[in-house]
Design a protein around this ligand. Sequence first.
Ligand code: PGA
Length: 234
Amino acid sequence: MIIALNNKSNLTKEEFIEYQKQLSSIQALSSKIILCPTSTYLALYNLNNIELGAQNVSKDEIGAHTGEIAATQLASLNVKYCIVGHSERRQELKESSEDTNKKIKNLFSKNITPILCVGETKEEKELGKTTSLIKEQLMIAIKDLSEDEKNNIVIAYEPIWSIGTGLIPTIKDIEEVLSLIKEILPNAKCLYGGSANDQNIDYLKTSNLIDGYLLGGLSLKPEKLQIFIEKAEN
Ligand code: PGA
């Protein structure tokens, strides 16, 4: 199982150092845990039990792009995974699916595994547009990838209405989307993200289609995270 921790723009430097100390005692039996800290803390990473991921990458390569971080630079910091197309970036920064396609190609060219986020708004869900929208997000993002790249990409289904709200979809709804993703990308690992926590993991893990989780809020609570991992692996 993959458990990716999305810290978003949280923690000061001192808090991150303390947080990382707490994470160093996190134990997992079979799961791969991936920490995606705020980018300024990537260089402070010093964990043996957890791999390093980033929250974003530039769609351009190294060069004159103020404020951006190129895939080459992430690779030089030992980043092995990178979140792409998170809904907060799609909504707040107008990141398009075409951008995600460029970012994914840049990442693969530096041997970094992309974790592509897809998901619908509440309104889109109510209009019955979930599967068509996710198919569109996915098809544009994976355009012109090699078979090998398609086999190795990680997809995180994150309904926007469930992120940080405490609401989660039914297993039936999650599986409808994950089945669609697995039809298009039979070998890709599929994560669920959106208010997953140590309470609802017992319900979420009843699905055989979920290969792991992308955790926002829970990533910042190491004690609860340990409980989550134990329940998820059990
Ligand atoms: P959440 O965030 O777990 O706090 O809902 C998940 C995410 O945005 O990746």
